[in-house]
Design a protein around this ligand. Structure first.
Ligand SMILES: C[S@@+](CC[C@H](N)C(=O)[O-])C[C@H]1O[C@@H](n2cnc3c(N)ncnc32)[C@H](O)[C@@H]1O
Length: 300
């Protein structure tokens, strides 16, 4: 059964309005989590169907039994394949609320938070190959530098990468507390913020979040019916840029895709020209909403 403490859904009303739900349509929530958004979509449906993806098996505890509801414990990078398997294509709307749930962050054993002592794991699914410990202990200095810079947006990432490589000589860094103690001497600025950025960068790499988002967007365009809505909430500037470009051009570059005749074509009509942000009242109630950026597009 759904639990309200699992995750507090961000911009719930805005997402539901953005999906422009038809009661007999097919919808996909690719990031089910606590099921808050899914429940609200489901409540709008009559003969319609809802498919909910989450790669974390723990999210299944929030699923419910209904003929027109299917929980799919898979990575959304395989959206098309699993939707086809469930006769779900084409769909009228797709919702993605990226990143991790509050439950995942607050579950010490998953190792997402620097606030709890736990193994450096951070895998959302046990099907993933490498843990955060594997990355910290085995990546080259250059690869660490890149992920701290691009995924963590850490200003002294060069110093950080070099310090980690020096420290791990002769020993492994295995736990969250171990990592926090190792990086303490090089922390710049506000320590909680710095550590959040460091942990975020590892989480994005462990779960291949950027690659999965790219796969998702390409397949979303494929499985959406004409007039179907794509609603994406991201919490990181890199992700938001990918979503923005894809909704604008149908590619990740800055040029529209070409049709069979070589003509430029725009696959989406933008419903939001600028990202929608949570209201101050919502941010006060739910600080996680502060960094959320919501973008909505309609397939043409
Ligand atoms: C921010 S939470 C979603 C919360 C949800 N909207 C709610 O109302 O409770 C993100 C969820 O997406 C899942 N997730 C993240 N990346 C995924 C991926 N590539 N494939 C499938 N699930 C993913 C996480 O396991 C997590 O449960």
């Amino acid at each position: 059964m759904m639990s309200s403490s699992y995750h507090n859904p961000v911009m719930l009303q805005e997402c539901i309005e953005g999906l422009n739900i038809q009661p007999s349509g097919k919808y996909v929530d690719v990031t089910f989590g606590g099921g808050g958004h899914s429940k609200a979509i489901f409540n709008e449906l009559k003969e319609g169907q809802l498919f909910a993806f989450d790669q974390d098996k723990d999210a299944e505890q929030n699923a419910w039994e209904a003929e027109n509801f299917e929980f799919i414990n898979e990575n959304f990078a395989h959206l098309k394949r699993f939707l086809m398997l469930h006769n779900g294509v084409p769909v009228n709307g797709i919702l993605a609320d990226l990143g991790v749930s509050s439950f995942q962050i607050d579950e010490p054993i998953k190792g997402f938070s620097y606030r709890f002592d736990a193994p450096l794991d951070m895998r959302m699914s046990k099907n993933l190959r490498y843990t955060a410990a594997d990355i910290i202990n085995n990546y080259t200095e250059k690869k660490l530098l890149d992920l701290f810079t691009y995924y963590g947006e850490i200003r002294n990432s060069k110093t950080l990468a070099s310090h980690i490589v020096q420290t791990r000589l002769g020993r492994r860094i295995e736990t969250t507390t171990d990592l926090v103690n190792v990086v303490k001497p090089v922390i710049k600025g506000n320590p909680p913020r710095y550590l959040s950025q460091l942990f975020q960068s590892l989480r994005i790499e462990v779960n291949k979040e950027i690659e999965a988002l790219q796969d998702l967007l390409v397949q979303a365009l494929d499985v959406l019916d004409v007039g179907g809505r794509l609603v994406v909430m991201s919490y990181h500037s890199l992700e938001d840029r990918l979503v923005k470009n894809f909704m604008k051009y149908g590619t990740f570059g800055r040029e529209p895709i070409k049709d069979e005749k070589g003509q430029f074509t725009l696959p989406f009509k933008l419903i939001t020209k600028k990202p929608v942000m949570a209201s101050e009242a919502e941010v006060e109630r739910n600080p996680r909403a502060r960094s959320a950026r919501l973008r909505i597009a309609e397939k043409v």
